[in-house]
Design a protein around this ligand. Sequence first.
Ligand SMILES: Cc1ncc(COP(=O)(O)O)c(C=O)c1O
Length: 442
Amino acid sequence: MPMQDLHDAIAEARRRYADANPKSRAAHEAAAAHLPGGNTRTVLHFEPFPLTMIGGEGAELIDLDGHRYLDFVSEYSAGLYGHSDATIKAATKDAIDRGMVLGAPTRYERELAGLICGRFPSIEQLRFCNSGTEANILALTTARVVTGREKVLVFRGAYHGGVIKFGHDTTPFNIPYDYVLADFNDTKGTEALIRQHGDQLAAVIVEPILGVGGNIPADPAFLAMLRQTTRDVGALLILDEVKTARLGPAGLQGRMGITPDLTTLGKIIAGGFPTGAFGGSAAIMQHYNPHKPGSLNHAGTFNNNICSMAAGCAALGEVFTPPRAEAFYETSEAFRRSLNTLFADAGVPMYCNGLGSIFAIHFTDRPLSRMVERTEAGKALNALLHLELLLRGVLIIGRGDLFLSLPMTEAHFGQARDALAGFIDQHKPLIARVLAHTPNPS
Ligand SMILES: Cc1ncc(COP(=O)(O)O)c(C=O)c1O
């Protein structure tokens, strides 16, 4: 019974994990007094309990029981700069030394807006907010107000924030927009849906890499169709680059040559501090110009908080400069390819799907181009991989994602390859038996 053996292997790994982390267990139990399940961010939970971290240095994290980890969680991609970038720390400290809550425009948001617009040709003007979720809510709301239409076309498996996420369908937890659901990378089917709902469609919102749905890069022809068809029907194309902005000087839109009407950003643009932004042509963004009678009123106490804005200026202006972004993409792709070579040489059906510093390990021997349907076997294999790598000092995300960070070195990449080789040595026969039983476990 391969599935029973897999569950036994996970149970055994959890026992080793619990034995090695008594202080994290106690912290988790104490937190449960006032936080439901000891948790305030669901994605950070895993069984039997998550690690409590006490610090980080460069690309490494230190937990409460004193273990040191190579960090591929990278704060779910916001941690591009690692844990201790000196330039970002100095800029942030300097800003807060001058006054923490100024309640007025400052030079920081002006400079950061200039840096972003200078890099993204499609963004002539933008507005800051507090998270990627908020950026997407505001972009969708802008589209509905500007077009006077109600419907929003989204993709199955897409994640645009805690209240804008989709499996096969929408959920009661989502903001109740009038959604039309399409399949990512289904060029013909999506074009037909856009034309069918054309005169009621406010926007199409799309991630250039379907993230939570498996880190599936968009086919350039699919994006080109979205660009043309939305234009034909008068709907706005919103590109969610909250995660993918790290893939080049102008995100993935620069790499793929697509010009959306609105772009949403977050995660990396404030050096690792909380933020979000939405922007596009001046014609659209002028709806937010308060000099104009009847302009849209976009509020938010912390939209221009000086910590995030000052950190962002240092991050985009001095650290993640356009040449650095290009070089980082190349190094990251080389690492991703090296893992795929390792899997192929070991004869194990595993594959890193994604691009550059954003990818996920799937239990398959080929690239994936459609949303991943996660089976019980796929989830269990990912749970085993997550724990076994953690026990070897390498942290990845439970569903198999890795995000690289700038302080990572070739030595770190070697450490990750060694940990994966150890996992394969230990579990290759079990993986083969599970896959013989469930051929498409992703
Ligand atoms: C593609 C995408 N959009 C939006 C968001 C939401 O960003 P935030 O967590 O800052 O609200 C995320 C977060 O992971 C994301 O991956």
